[in-house]
Design a protein around this ligand. Sequence first.
Ligand code: F6P
Length: 534
Amino acid sequence: MWETLTALAAEAETTDIADLFDDAGRAADFSVRFDGMLFDYAKTRLTRAARDALVSLAEAREVPARREAMFTGAAVNETEARPALHTALRNLSGGPITVAGRDVMPEVRETLARMEAFAGDIRAGRITGAGGAITDVVNIGIGGSHLGPEMAVRALGPYHDGPRCHFVSNVDGADIADTLAGLDPATTLVLVASKSFTTSETMTNAQTARDWMVRGRGDPAAQFAAVSTALERTGAFGIPAARVFGFADWVGGRYSIWGPIGLPLMIAVGPEAFRAFLSGAEAMDGHFRAAPLVRNMPVMLALAGLWHHQVCGHPTRAVLPYDQRLAHLPAYLQQLEMESNGKRVTVQGAPLDVASGPVVWGAPGTNGQHAFFQLLHQGTQVVPCEFMVAARGHEPELAHHHRLLVANCLAQAEALMRGRSQEAAREGLRAAGVAEGEVERQAAHRAFPGNRPSTMLIYPKLTPRRLGQILALYEHRVFVEGVVLGINSFDQWGVELGKELARALAPVLAGEQDAEGKDGSTRQLVDYIHGNQG
Ligand code: F6P
């Protein structure tokens, strides 16, 4: 089937995307709408034949059956022999979900209720620190225990009416030093967020935060809470059970924002807005589960992604939110997509017969336009661009800003598609009165190849519910891509080797062991570090 698609891509190479709009129905046909949100993939080289072939591929790879397996708690994370049931965390109005014969929903609801009580008490000043009401929350966690909450707290800034939230993730002492510098240890709540409660960065930062609190006359017994699946380890760290919010191992780290890992978000925006966030994701789950593949937003986002990377061979994709509050979304999606689908073997352990997931990168517009868009428009590498933008912002008095933002977003997509021929560049130069010799010298530099694909996700406004929908959309997109590729999107063995080697190198850097057995380059670097200790 990949061969059919490759042949269709070769055919499409000579297609001018702009010409595809001679078909007056293209925009509507190559779009999916759901709950007021519009995903438009018409500005790609996808033809109906290519789309049909992609949908057939998804069917042949049993996307619908795999999807049901995920939602109903089958062990879709095969290498770790467990389900991937992040959808249960937002199953607010659905029925029971069983894992190993037991309905997990009562526990999910109970944890949500505990989170709500805790967040409500913090927000209302019923839970206090040694110095009074909690003014600041510091979330200590990394990867999935950091990227989601930080991204979402920033995204929902207009709804943030709780204590200030800060995030420490890096083991670089600069991160925690800079974060704690301005805070009062007697009114700060520290949330230690770690699914495993063994991650060395998080445990090192948690210990440093506790020392800081003790020195500053804070009360760690009252001002520390933990979010983890490893309840015995949180106890060993000294966090009382009443302050521990557990979740099951069937929630992957990068899929965990919907449960206790989302606690900073709930404290920031309040339980009601958090429920709206969950309900948005739940609505997207319902759509993903029920809509026919070609009218299914996550499926079509996935198939457009597969078309661009695996079929057309574009090595990366750019995520370009024209939404400053989504500034952390590209980093969040990097983990979601690259940790999930950056694999080289199938579920059965055989080498993949096509490329695995692409490099995902991006930054908010319009800032990116003044940085890397040069390459997007005129570089030799084609980068499919995934734009996203809200029809309106949260600042009615600044509607003129928002119009400019949206105009830029739409214009970039149009410019990527249309380009500008050398002849048009020449005409422009002549019209500006440039001398003929100079026109010739300049024209090639001012021409744009165009024909560069992009997609657009447009939504009315970035509310809590909408953010939930958008994140669930991307989660399911990653899932569909993984199923079509035949890989397990829910494990992450590729992060382990570096961790092991770092553990072994720590005593070498401390001078407790020599670098025996290390390669010459590593030994040279260790020597350099030892020689530069002040
Ligand atoms: O190293 C990768 C990883 O395991 C991620 O998958 C995870 O989100 C992150 O580390 C943090 O893990 P934990 O929540 O267990 O501290």
